[in-house]
Design a protein. Structure first.
Length: 437
């Protein structure tokens, strides 16, 4: 790597939007040290795999990508980081061709470890801080195609849900300061960004280490000139206070769009999961949003087939979710994770039954989302238009998160325009026409 005048990097990012945001920041840090993204036709001098470990399948995908890159680019420096690297660093270090393994706390210090690796004669390095001692908040912001930005405001989690390894992978909850995050939002506005998605692991827990509050952060964000739209990526129902909902409803720039993890609509299973609410509280939050923002798009995380989810409890969960006025379910099957308390819970759901339950929930989601979109066909909504790719139509999202397609027009990129929704497609996007530009 040191002998090549042009130092290049290839990234593979797996998992959540937070990982993508952090990869973007890693890319900027490397670029400042002359390590630039490799072109499609050149072998990189360095590969970085930012891993996920939310399921066993995520671990497997991480290993597959690492092996594939090592085979394709045997001379490249191989750096692996992310949640899988934090949880199972020795397992990754044992894979042939891996040079540097960095845990969650070291992720954004990657340049220091790369330079050290070159100076010390290319010694394999594994650096992982135990999760109980992870204390640093590392800011990151992903620019995407420069219309929507992902801004990390918080990291880690103090909740210990029985099925989850996130607190072990990312450490305790910690946050940026409101002052530093507002400065980042202003920088996005200066670069021409119009929309910011507020990201984190448990963002409603923002400020537990700094003495600040999430409601004060979003109030400060709403004042930043130039940012026309904010979306809250995902917020726990017990931390989505009525005060936050009321502020968003009357705010200048917060969109009528929420994503709220439910995981299960049965109270006994929620207790087994050690979730911090019951379904009555969840239903109240949905009702409150509907009352103040009737046009809102509400997405919900649903895990099926967890330990203890008997057929009766699943049916109860299904009927509860069916009764909720929500638009989209992000459905995923429960995956056994080593070291989690869930492994002590009796009643294991067979794999085939898990898949059947996933299919039922996805069908329910499609039905709900289609019914929601149909309400808006023929109406006019504001849309932030994105950069067109290839020859097809250009896309954008309405304020309430309906994906629309319009004929490409470069002059509309990164502008909020009014469009009339005309026709729903099979993929639940909507063909539309621009009314004002």
């Amino acid at each position: 790597m040191g002998n090549n005048n042009r130092r290049t990097v290839k990234f593979v990012t797996l998992g959540c939007k937070l990982n993508f945001s952090e990869t973007a920041t890693i890319g900027e840090l490397l670029a400042k040290h002359g390590i630039v993204p490799a072109r499609d036709d050149e072998a990189p001098t360095m590969c970085v795999v930012n891993t996920c470990s939310v399921t066993e399948m995520a671990d497997k995908k991480g290993r597959q990508h690492i092996r594939s890159l090592v085979k394709k680019y045997p001379d490249a420096l191989m750096v692996v980081t992310g949640c899988y690297a934090q949880l199972k660093s020795e397992e990754i270090a044992a894979l042939p061709g891996v040079d540097i393994v960095l845990g969650s706390e070291q992720k954004l210090d990657i340049v220091d470890y790369v330079e050290k690796w070159l100076e010390t004669g290319r010694q394999e390095e594994v650096v992982v801080t135990p999760h109980t001692r992870i204390s640093k908040f590392s800011p990151s912001c992903e620019r995407g195609d420069r219309t929507r930005y992902w801004l990390k405001v918080q990291d880690g989690c103090n909740y210990y849900c029985t099925y989850c390894t996130i607190p072990m992978a990312r450490g305790r909850s910690r946050s940026g300061t409101i002052e530093s995050l507002v400065a980042q939002a202003r920088q996005v506005a200066d670069e021409g960004g119009k929309e910011i998605v507020i990201a984190g692991v448990n963002i409603g827990d923002f400020g537990t280490d700094t003495g600040e509050r999430f409601i004060d952060l979003i109030k400060a964000f709403d004042q930043v000139e130039g940012i026309e739209r904010y979306r809250i990526s995902s917020i726990e129902p017990d931390l989505l206070t009525d005060e936050i909902i009321e502020f968003c409803a009357g705010s200048r720039a917060f969109m009528p769009h929420f994503h709220i993890p439910l995981q299960c609509g049965n109270d006994e299973v929620l207790k087994l999961m050690h979730r911090h609410y019951d379904r009555a509280l969840f239903a109240h939050k949905i009702d409150k949003i509907r009352q103040l923002m009737p046009d809102s798009f509400i997405g919900v995380d649903v895990m099926v087939g967890s330990r203890g989810e008997t057929q009766e409890r699943f049916d109860d969960s299904y009927h509860f979710i069916d009764s909720l006025e929500v638009e989209h379910l992000h459905v995923f099957p429960y995956s056994e994770r080593p070291g989690t308390m869930a492994l002590r819970i009796p009643h294991i759901v067979p794999q085939r039954e898990k898949q059947r339950r996933v299919a039922r929930m996805i069908a329910l989601s499609d039905k709900k989302q289609r019914a929601f979109i149909e309400r808006y066909v023929g109406t006019v909504r504001p849309v932030l238009m994105e950069q067109p790719h290839g020859q097809g139509p250009m896309h954008g999202f309405t304020d309430n998160y309906i994906k629309v397609n319009v004929p490409p027009c470069q002059a509309l990129v990164n502008k909020v325009v009014d469009v009339k929704l005309l026709k729903i497609n099979d993929d639940l996007s909507v063909d539309a026409e621009v009314v004002t530009a």
